[in-house]
Design a protein around this ligand. Structure first.
Ligand code: TRP
Length: 332
């Protein structure tokens, strides 16, 4: 069975972009593979962040993952900082990571541009990501297209480490593959850029029916539909993309037809979408509410997840330390 690893930052709000683009697929993958899913708090601190809410955002993200259906009996769900081997392997992998490759990462360049002082952690972000995956010798990494460059670097790091340290001793890092999601990318409600909590253009996965409708009403559609009688093009409409995530196929066809013929106005289309979203999301919201009422139970589940992850991580680290020639005794 292939091993799968993926991570999500503790933004504090799981939104429908995360759900359709990633997390919904994780729920499927847990039935097919040996899966680890991680709330990557150590990645979240590479940019300026609110210290006082990090722990709360982390637990809320875990609650979200369980509410959408990740099952701790099937997948290992845990918090990155609870398994200190992530940081340790990150350091060791730094020694085989070419600085030039890090400086070339487009995400780094984007994020660095928005900062006056650039922390080294931001540059090393992809090395920590490589450590996340290689620590479990995972081979499949479900990610969006924006992570492909990080995946390529991860493979390069694995190759370089293997070339320098594997020494025919029977231990190597496999080169992980990206598992690209086939879902079309959901844009924010502005229809301009990707959906993101920090941009305030999201529909939260656990928003109430009223909020969902309030947010959908003014959301961007095909800009060519200026008046009610203008026909639209569903292929370029973000609302139609969301329909593809929440509405059954016959509804999607009906929506597309009524858009192209101006049979419906955008608000008619959005009302149908709201109803389908609410039908899908209500049970998830209720599960999240139940979990929020039992924070101790969620913490225990995360602790158990970390213990399982850590057992795997320790096995890798014993071999990695040995291959790199470090003096034994760390396990004591
Ligand atoms: N960088 C990823 C993102 O922003 C999150 C992440 C951290 C990740 N570690 C990972 C994804 C390991 C896949 C595998 O989406």
């Amino acid at each position: 069975m292939a091993r799968v690893f993926s991570g999500i930052q503790p933004s504090g709000e799981l939104h429908i972009g995360n759900y359709l683009g990633a997390v919904r697929n994780w729920v499927t993958l847990q039935h097919q593979h040996d899966c680890l899913f991680c709330v990557v708090d150590l990645h979240a601190i590479t940019q300026s962040y609110e210290v006082s809410s990090l722990a709360q955002r982390t637990i809320e993200m875990a609650i979200g993952l369980f509410a959408v259906g990740l099952d701790p009996q099937r997948a290992i769900v845990f918090v990155q900082s609870h398994v200190p081997e992530h940081s340790e392997l990150n350091w060791l992998l730094n020694t085989v990571t070419p600085l030039g490759e890090l400086e070339r990462q487009t995400q780094f360049k984007d994020k660095a541009q928005r900062q006056e002082s650039i922390p080294a952690g931001l540059l090393n972000y992809p090395v920590l990501q490589a450590a996340d995956v290689l620590l479990y010798r995972a081979t499949l990494v479900p990610v969006g297209e924006d992570q492909l460059q990080h995946l390529e670097l991860m493979r390069e790091i694995a190759r370089r480490w293997n070339a320098r340290f594997a020494n025919g001793g029977g231990f190597t890092f496999p080169e992980p593959q990206a598992l690209l999601s086939t879902a079309k990318r959901v844009l924010g409600l502005d229809g301009q850029v990707k959906m993101s909590k920090s941009l305030g253009n999201t529909i939260g996965l656990f928003d109430t029916p009223e909020t969902i409708w309030e947010k959908l009403k003014p959301a961007a559609t095909d800009p060519a539909r200026v008046t009610r009688k203008d026909p639209g093009n569903p292929d370029i409409c973000n609302i139609f993309t969301i329909h593809q995530g929440f509405s059954p196929a016959p509804t999607q066809q009906l929506v597309a037809h009524n858009c192209r013929t101006a049979g419906w106005g955008c608000l008619d289309c959005k009302r149908v979408l709201a109803d389908n979203m609410i039908a899908t999301l209500t049970p998830l919201r209720e599960r999240a509410q139940q979990l929020r009422a039992e924070p101790g139970k969620v913490s225990d589940t995360l602790r158990a997840g970390a213990a399982k992850a850590r057992a795997l991580a320790r096995t890798t680290m014993v071999r990695v330390r040995r291959c790199m020639g470090l003096l034994e005794g760390a396990e004591a």
